[in-house]
Design a protein around this ligand. Structure first.
Ligand code: SIN
Ligand code: CO
Length: 380
């Protein structure tokens, strides 16, 4: 189990989404949930997103995975980064769970990096909040202020920024953690062979929202209201400010109407950016199979990274799972909360949930779709 040694209320008040901070000993007695060899193995898989960054003199070469072997890279100056390790490596899930003091919809993925001395991805800015936890080894991190930065070498297409004046300059050791909000330039430099864990967060952009809302309105043939006016300008060639504001208020009216945005948000925020490790069995379970399994002590778990969300003050009784709506009109809110807040259930809880026919059908459907799986009781 991973337990954060952190005053969460104070962190949320003073740092989250505001300023970077190093928390020394955030995980006392930290143990790496994965080894470098296991990570290297994951990066050989087609469906897993990975890259190697090779550091040359003021140049960072990126090679996209999958990789067949690592023989060419030598002992220093490179770093392997593997995305969504929590989807593919269940032993990394407990580390992710230590961060469920933040809502699941914000969580993007667990990226694990293996870095050799002098390896690093170079100075850059992320659009995401990230917690970087140091496992084995030592890395030196510098973080600059969130002032505008120049693209490296004046190249507007470079993902890197020019060197910056650090406001944080610290060596991270096993169990230390660095939190960086979006917009703060940062750079990790590797001192000794190191494993580090980036817990990343993401929020939708206006572009994404407008495009998702538009798709929904078109699909449901909603949003037909048009602009009407109480007065017209005297010059024929002008679009008056009144008319500009009136037309644009059609959009803000949509943004205030739950019928236009609730489904969009539920679907959008329950989706994953990275592929899930769907765990579909050869043959579908029946209700009786499920009941027998729970009676014999099996528990039930979500696959890694699966988002099961509900909306506060939802117009309907439902869950949003992996971008889909699951209507549960007869399920009490307490059960919806249980299903969305807990990633696993032991056999007793599963049996209690299954007393409710609608929830039993839901669990059956989710297991048969490979989004949940039966587990030994001690795992649940
Ligand atoms: C790294 O571990 O070097 C990359 C993580 C980051 O900068 O966000
Ligand atoms: Co970064």
């Amino acid at each position: 189990m991973y337990k954060l040694n952190l005053d969460i209320a104070q962190f949320l008040k003073d740092y989250w989404q505001q300023k970077p901070v190093v928390i020394k000993g955030a995980f006392p007695h930290f143990e790496d949930p994965i080894s470098a060899d296991e990570l290297a193995g994951l990066a050989c898989e087609e469906e897993i997103t990975s890259r190697i960054v090779v550091t040359q003199k003021d140049n960072w070469e990126v090679i996209q995975g999958p990789f067949e072997d690592y023989d060419n890279y030598g002992e220093t100056h490179w770093q392997l980064l593997v995305q969504a390790v929590n989807h593919w490596y269940p032993d990394s899930q407990p580390l992710v769970e230590a961060f469920r003091f933040l809502p699941d919809w914000r969580f993007d993925d667990l990226m694990v990096s293996f870095a050799t001395p002098n390896g690093g991805v170079g100075p850059h800015i992320d659009n995401y909040d990230v917690f970087i936890i140091q496992g084995e080894g030592q890395r030196r991190w510098t973080v600059g202020d969130n002032t505008p930065q120049q693209c490296r070498g004046g190249n507007p297409n470079s993902p890197l920024v020019e060197d910056f004046d650090p406001i944080i300059d610290m060596v991270l050791e096993k169990g230390d953690m660095l939190y960086i909000p979006p917009g703060f330039p940062h750079c990790g430099e590797t001192l000794t062979l190191a494993l580090s864990y980036s817990i990343g967060y993401r929020a939708p952009s206006q572009q994404e929202l407008v495009s998702e809302v538009a798709d929904y309105l078109l699909d449901k043939n909603l949003g037909q209201q048009r602009f009407t006016s109480a007065s017209e300008p005297t010059n024929p060639g002008i679009i008056s400010q009144d008319h500009q504001l009136g037309i644009m208020s059609l959009l803000s009216q949509l943004a205030q109407d739950p019928a236009s945005y609730q489904v969009v948000l539920g679907k959008l925020l329950s989706q994953n950016r990275f592929e899930l490790d769907i765990c579909e069995g050869e043959e579908a379970y029946s209700i009786d199979d499920l009941q027998d399994a729970f009676e014999q002590g099996a528990g039930v778990n979500r696959i890694g990274g699966l988002k099961v969300l509900r909306l506060e003050k939802d117009a309907q009784s439902r869950l949003f799972i992996n971008g889909e709506i699951y209507d549960l009109p007869n399920t009490p809110e307490t059960m919806l909360a249980q299903l969305s807040d807990h990633v696993s259930f032991d056999c007793e809880t599963a049996l209690a949930l299954c007393e409710h026919a609608e929830v039993q059908q839901l669990l059956l459907a989710l297991i048969n779709q490979g989004l949940y799986y039966l587990s030994d009781e001690e795992e649940a």
